[in-house]
Design a protein around this ligand. Structure first.
Ligand SMILES: Cc1cc2nc3c(=O)[nH]c(=O)nc-3n(C[C@H](O)[C@H](O)[C@H](O)COP(=O)(O)O)c2cc1C
Length: 356
């Protein structure tokens, strides 16, 4: 089996010093092998269609943002069992990200710390890539995550996001507005009530004009797990008044709670923590959002999903869809199949955002 024999051993070397080189190699292998990977679909693919915020997803399990930032391996993900892929985060301007090393494995804790800093080839490059993929038939729901270019001052953030939205508008099934990465200075302040309201106002206006009288592409907001209940309630208020289609909860955390003692030294690295230690908090945020919005705002639950049971618990907390990053990096597509099987046929309780 390709993954077990070739890819997983490489991924497990995430515990080696150059975790990013392994990631890069994996994306390159998947990209090159994508046309041949269709055969894996029989092994990993699960049809369990569901409609959420007006989009029909082949199943509920998505690849979280950051794994395939520039959409290089787009053709591979459906063969590994994913029902949707969130590419990005991209920024209007291509940028190199933070200096290396910037990706750290914490193997005993099933966790990763990253401070990549939105390394990406830019919104226009992704648009060109997605245009090519689309010409070859788009096999999967594609969300596009957009963020702020590092060199653009915070006060000019709105125009920067708008430019990315414009460039990518024809190719996205939904947009994720990333205001929650801890690795771009000041970015998380865009979750503040007035700044978020202004950003969403302008992005809604842009999306409406690009839709030319049709239904605009859904805009979702991705939040940090480190917001207080009060701050999160304010985000929800703004999302409600601005017709946001859904929430993605959560991004990585600045907290270092739950790390195994053996990982303590690496745990001191700056950046966002993902993986198993994030699971409980991500679920808590999902539950808070679900209860506050009385199930009216569809939620994509992400953070520390390592098993079918974890994913079921995310849905029980109120998510309509789930995404996986760290769990997939460590366990491979067998995890995606396990999650899909655990969720298949399951009805979502009280979530008006989802229907089968
Ligand atoms: C190396 C790495 C890069 C990431 N890059 C992004 C990104 O560009 N945009 C984003 O919204 N989230 C990014 N994330 C966060 C993930 O999408 C996800 O929200 C988080 O890792 C929690 O899920 P997990 O525990 O399954 O990894 C990144 C995570 C990792 C580990």
């Amino acid at each position: 089996m390709l993954f077990e024999k070739l890819i997983r051993p490489a991924l497990y070397r995430l515990s080696s010093d150059d975790a990013e080189a392994v990631h890069e190699r994996t994306i390159r292998v998947l990209s090159a092998a994508a046309p041949a990977l269709g055969v894996l679909r029989r092994r990993y693919g699960v049809d369990d269609p569901v409609t959420v915020f007006g989009l029909r997803f082949p199943n509920r399990v998505g690849l979280a943002a950051g794994m395939d930032k520039d959409g290089r391996a787009l053709g591979a993900w459906p063969s590994l069992g994913f029902g949707f892929v969130e590419v990005g985060t991209v920024t209007r301007l291509a940028q190199p990200g933070n200096p290396k090393p910037r990706l750290f494995a914490l193997p005993t804790s099933d966790a990763v710390i990253n401070r990549m800093g939105f390394n990406n080839a830019g919104a226009d490059a992704l648009a060109r890539k997605l245009a090519t993929e689309k010409a070859h038939s788009k096999p999967v729901v594609v969300g596009v995550s957009i963020g702020k270019s590092k060199v653009v001052p915070l006060e000019d953030a709105v125009a920067d996001y708008q430019a990315s939205l414009r460039s990518l508008y024809p190719y996205a099934d939904y947009f994720a507005i990333n205001v929650s990465s801890p690795n771009t200075p000041g970015l998380r302040s865009l979750q503040d009530k007035s700044q978020l309201a202004e950003l969403l106002d302008e992005l809604n206006g842009t999306a409406a004009s690009l839709a030319g009288g049709g239904t605009p592409t859904p805009l979702l907001v991705k939040v940090a797990p480190d917001l207080s209940d009060t701050a999160l309630a304010e985000v929800l208020e703004v999302c409600d008044t601005h017709g946001v289609a859904g929430l993605i909860a959560t991004n990585t955390t600045l907290s270092r709670e739950g790390l195994a003692p053996g990982d303590a030294p690496t745990g001191e690295e700056a950046g966002g923590l993902s993986g198993r230690p994030l699971a409980a908090r991500a679920r808590e945020v999902v539950r808070f959002v679900h209860e506050r919005t009385e199930g009216k705002l569809p939620i994509i639950g992400v953070g520390g999903i390592f098993s079918g049971t974890d994913a079921r618990r995310m849905l029980d907390a109120g998510a309509s869809l789930v995404q996986v990053y760290t769990g997939f990096a460590l366990k491979g597509p067998g995890l995606i199949r396990e999650i899909n099987r655990a969720l298949a046929g399951r009805r979502i309780m009280g979530s008006s955002g989802a229907s089968r």
